[in-house]
Design a protein around this ligand. Sequence first.
Ligand SMILES: Cc1cc2nc3c(=O)[nH]c(=O)nc-3n(C[C@H](O)[C@H](O)[C@H](O)COP(=O)(O)O)c2cc1C
Length: 193
Amino acid sequence: MSESAALLALDARRSVPSRQLGEPGPDPATLLRMLESAVRVPDHGKRVPFRFLKISGEARHALGTFLAERALLRDPDISAAQLDKDRHRFSHAPLVITVVASPRPDPKVPEQEQLMTAGCVCFALLQAAQALGFGAQWLTAWMAFDPAVRAHLGLGTDERIAGFIHIGTPKTGVPERERPDPATLLQDWTGMP
Ligand SMILES: Cc1cc2nc3c(=O)[nH]c(=O)nc-3n(C[C@H](O)[C@H](O)[C@H](O)COP(=O)(O)O)c2cc1C
């Protein structure tokens, strides 16, 4: 079987840890190009249950300050090292795109499907970033699930954070990690439970 360039690009996808991402990030036109690919996701009923929040420049550090304050409130015994980590989480990559899932009650499209569509957007964005020569990583951690962080970012009460996609230029190569063997995950269903 000949392997198309598209298939090779899919196989070459890997994350670059956010700490390894530096300047430059995508310029505004390149970011929009990236998002153009990212929004081409399967979407039951064409509901578009997602939106994007761009966090770059000083806003990254401001968010880090808020996160450190919040982390201390959540756990007054937090270590200095952990606090420092939370403060700087958003300061490594030049750009973080928050993919916000905006599921709405819908008789035809269950919430789970709308959330999966937003997850697909995260993955498509990783692929588009790499195709345009950047590195990227999909991160969540406690701040993706914390109500105060969600409110601070302006999310509605029914909205969720599908992922923070950190995007920048890789400072180093990233070693490949072991991947699952699909043959071991594949079974025939023979018609009986
Ligand atoms: C929904 C989601 C959330 C994730 N959150 C984190 C995270 O908070 N911290 C982390 O180290 N990796 C997280 N990851 C894993 C990384 O995005 C990435 O998959 C991992 O570094 C392995 O790299 P790979 O994409 O090349 O397999 C998350 C992945 C997913 C799908």
